[in-house]
Design a protein around this ligand. Structure first.
Ligand code: 1GP
Length: 237
């Protein structure tokens, strides 16, 4: 079967729309998803840093009624795991040194994933510094890697690959003041034999294209769509 990872590898420009269960109201889902369906989006990611129990399950159920696109969990916590999605980024926050987010939550997740049909994709998650403190930083109690420390970013991403992770996610944080620089993306990409996801603070078509041209296999956009659904149209022009 065509796994989510294979679909990412076979396409050049994957675009994931990130939906935060804490921000999306159930009654707004069908309208929002119809715009997603007509856009360049190839995947829907669902997740957030501060989500209540049950919110993700209900949201994914509603999303699946309105789209054929693969819905992939991007969970901030184990309570965001639901079998109603198609896949899950099984994340380890490898930029940080908080054992809970390196391995603790993952151990907790195993009982929720027994007998699951979810496509489980081991993903090395790197938080890169942003001008202000982001939700990931606050909730995970970890320090991001400095943008100037490209060597550490590269080595951390490569360590993830060598540990067997199948994707690397470079994260500036939702609502980041500026996206991750193309130079960082391209230097990391040159080190890797696995696909690279880039997200955080991408708010224009040109920023998205810069990320693809630098080597991003998947671009993730959340805030720009939340703030203005016309952004879906702008991306096409
Ligand atoms: C956050 O990378 C994603 O986890 C997307 O960020 O909301 O800034 O688009 P934005």
């Amino acid at each position: 079967r065509n796994t989510i990872l294979e679909s990412i590898q076979s396409a050049k420009k994957n675009l994931a729309v990130l939906i935060d269960p804490d921000k999306m109201k159930t009654q707004d889902v069908s309208g929002f998803i119809s715009k997603v369906n007509q856009s360049l989006a190839t995947h829907i990611f669902v997740g957030g840093s501060e989500v209540d129990e049950g919110q993700t399950d209900a949201l994914v159920e509603e999303i699946k009624k309105h789209t054929q696109l693969p819905v992939i969990l991007f969970p901030g916590d184990v309570i965001q795991i639901t079998n109603k999605a198609d896949g899950i980024l099984f994340l380890s926050l490898i930029s940080g040194r908080n054992p809970d987010y390196l391995i603790g939550k993952q151990v907790e997740a195993v009982s929720k994933l027994s007998n699951t049909h979810l496509d489980i994709i081991p993903t090395g998650y790197l938080l890169i510094e942003n001008g202000k403190e982001t939700a990931v930083q606050r909730v995970s109690q970890t320090k991001p890697i400095k943008r100037s420390d490209i060597q550490t970013i590269k080595d951390t991403a490569k360590a993830g690959e060598l540990l067997g992770m199948k994707l690397i996610y470079l994260e500036a944080g939702s609502g980041a003041t500026h996206p991750i620089e193309p130079q960082i993306i391209s230097e990391v990409k040159q080190q890797l034999n696995i696909p690279l996801i880039v997200g955080g603070g991408i708010r224009s078509k040109s920023e998205m294209e810069l990320a693809y041209n630098a080597g991003a296999d998947v671009v993730v956009i959340g805030t720009a769509f939340e703030n203005d659904e016309n952004f879906f149209e702008e991306l096409k022009t």
